[in-house]
Design a binder for this molecule. Structure first.
Ligand SMILES: NC(=O)c1ccc[n+]([C@@H]2O[C@H](COP(=O)([O-])OP(=O)(O)OC[C@H]3O[C@@H](n4cnc5c(N)ncnc54)[C@H](OP(=O)(O)O)[C@@H]3O)[C@@H](O)[C@H]2O)c1
Length: 328
């Protein structure tokens, strides 16, 4: 698979990474753990070098799974993880990016991931109670100590990115971005462009919706957080099908699936964008990786832009309780 550089940092990763959250968290009943470890290793065999996890996934068990899966294949592999919640003993789960907590998460993540340094350490959500300069300063110290290699932010607003970058250069911003959530285009992508920061779109397949495999009869089980998201009510799943039809139309022309067009569209936006689709299935891993080989021409992109501008998406991406935690 082709490689991409995350901004000016020089951090090189496969053009498409693997989002590991759904291997055991927030995407329904967890599949067999051994099979998920095998899936991560299959991704490595196929040239994927960029793996995304977080302390809060599980919590802890997703990092453990990723650490075990990649224990024997560290060379050239980049593992990204995230801090930012109060998950220590007796923790409330609320945002917590106080420097002492960041330092503790780093120590614990190193053990769970079985690595000497965390390749990319993102703040998962901006903590309104801790100045971003203090967060960046704490990560800067961890970098100086060799415990962390690169600093990232997730769902931060442009002014926060700027302030953080002034203290410790940010390698990557990770936020939701896809054909049905394009808010980063307004301020965050221009800020990344100006500062030379890479951008990692999460939920690049619209949490599965953009693949065309969902309709109003789709249900979500177990710990699947889509049960709480306004875009996944039967009404929204039905109303938003025109977006899928558009991807199917383009896919027919390019001999590609809707999922592949959704990913190829992201790759075509900027050379420093690296999406991290998640899947628990080998054949879908192959399908998603295949998107790196699909080139959308200027004409394709114009046609997509025009068609999308006529479609309005029903349903917020997050319920009100979570929406306030993004874009700060
Ligand atoms: N920073 C943050 O706050 C944040 C938030 C959310 C996610 N993330 C990261 O982003 C990663 C991906 O996000 P996500 O899981 O929310 O969304 P996604 O990658 O857009 O979609 C994943 C869903 O789509 C399905 N899927 C994947 N490929 C498919 C294909 N080719 N055809 C049909 N269905 C397909 C998967 O089901 P199957 O398993 O059945 O294939 C899964 O339910 C996560 O793993 C996580 O690492 C970060």
């Amino acid at each position: 698979m082709q490689k991409r550089k995350l901004g000016k940092s020089g951090l090189e990763v496969s053009a498409i990474g693997l989002g590991c959250m759904g291997l055991n968290y927030h995407r329904g009943p967890a599949p067999d753990r051994k099979e998920m470890i095998a899936l991560v290793r299959a991704a490595v065999e196929r040239g994927v070098t960029f793996f995304d996890t977080a302390e809060v996934y599980g919590p802890f068990t997703n990092e453990e799974l990723v650490g075990e899966a990649l224990a024997s294949v560290k060379k050239g592999i980049v593992i990204a993880t995230k801090f930012g919640f109060d998950l220590g003993p007796g923790g409330t789960g609320a945002p917590n990016s106080r420097p002492e907590r960041i330092r503790q998460v780093a120590e614990d993540s190193l053990k769970r991931l079985r690595v000497e340094a965390v390749d990319l350490f993102y703040q998962h959500r901006v903590d309104p109670n801790v100045p971003i300069e203090d967060v960046a300063g704490a990560v800067k110290e961890l970098i100086a100590q060799g415990k962390v290699r690169h600093f990232g932010l997730s769902e931060a607003g442009a002014s926060t990115i700027l302030r953080a970058h002034a203290v410790q250069p940010v390698t990557a911003v990770q936020s939701e971005y896809s054909l049905w959530w394009r808010e980063p285009e307004a301020e965050v992508l221009p800020a990344c462009d100006e500062l030379g920061i890479g951008f990692v779109p999460f939920s690049p397949l619209g949490r599965g919706f953009l693949t065309g495999k969902m309709d109003e009869t789709t249900t979500f089980g177990g710990n699947d957080n889509r049960t709480t998201l306004p875009r996944f009510t039967p009404e929204a799943l039905k109303a938003n099908q025109p977006l899928v039809h558009l991807l199917e139309d383009i896919g027919r022309k390019k001999k590609a699936t809707p999922a592949q067009i959704a990913l190829a569209w992201l790759l075509a936006q900027k050379p420093w964008i690296v999406p991290i689709p998640g899947t628990t299935k080998l054949h879908r891993l192959d399908e998603n990786i295949g998107a790196a080989a699909i080139e959308l021409t200027e004409q394709d992109l114009r046609a997509i832009a025009e068609a999308v501008s006529k479609i309005s998406v029903l349903g917020d991406r997050y319920p009100a309780t979570q929406a306030g935690m993004t874009g700060r």
